[in-house]
Design a protein around this ligand. Sequence first.
Ligand SMILES: [Ca+2]
Ligand SMILES: [Ca+2]
Length: 348
Amino acid sequence: MRLLKNSLLALLIAASSSCQNKATTPTPTTSTTIADTSTMVFIPSGVYTMGGRSNQADFDEFPRHEVRVSAFYMDPTEVTNREFKTFVDATAYITTAEKDIDWEEMKKTVPKGTPKPDPSVLKAGSLTFAPTDHPVDLRDYSQWWEWTHGANWKHPEGPDSTIEDRMDHPVVHISWDDANAYASWAGKRLPTEAEWEWAASGPNTDNKYPWGNTPIEEATDKANFWQGIFPYKNELLDGYYTTAPVKTYPANGYGLYDMAGNVWEWVQDRYDIDSYKNFADKGVVEDPECTTTYNDPREPNSPNHVIRGGSFLCNESYCSGYRVSRRMRSSKDSSFAHTGFRCVVDAD
Ligand SMILES: [Ca+2]
Ligand SMILES: [Ca+2]
């Protein structure tokens, strides 16, 4: 039973709706909107050393390499439920999590011979967090993720939940495709990985965290993450179990909120396990971005994009996603209770 559950969750997490029904794929939401940058944060151009800043860094944060980032404007906060609702009201956009899974599409991304799940499993849904009642092996994520039918941005924990009292919280259950649709409509785009790291750490690029170098155990007033023992005991020292309203914690040096924690943020780049190696011998790389290759032998069939910044689930024992150099990845058409996004606009 455990194996079956693990296999199913692995399929859903790796592939959740690559999977979306093509017949209901929305028309791309193009817009001639010119974004109002007066409400955004100006991030100056500059050169910095991108990559791991401590012995906590994972192998894919190396080698460190020099990059130059052009100036841009960035949303001060994660996109909120209120902002996403404005987009949906204007466009009738339907998110990935609101569509049934198309097995013909999904099976292209899972191991050959994988049996078709029961049709009831393929009903629209998303991945929600379920705490355990005891310590668990942190390598087995199926123990705290559940596939919940009817979970989507309007119903974060499932059909009976609502965002009515969470309009200023970050929107969640958003796929990379959904984030791009919103950005396009708003006259914006997703940041590149290099832009995101530059903005998160600046203006002091020696910062290990967006708030500086205050150790994580002393940083419970700095960001929304998980204090205690993940995933069963949350001491709530920061006051929030799941998402917090944006701007609950102090901004970083540029005036950006929640660059650490609250929700993971999609960036533009595809996840290539070798991208830093490829950039490392090129001198100062101008505005790097990985747009051409999905490359991860651990998940060879999954179209992974990079996510940054960590979430309310991040903890020292697990992902330490609140470090500015931390890279995580997710299938572009998957959605989770802990993943959202913010946008940028070129400054020139
Ligand atoms: Ca928290
Ligand atoms: Ca965040």
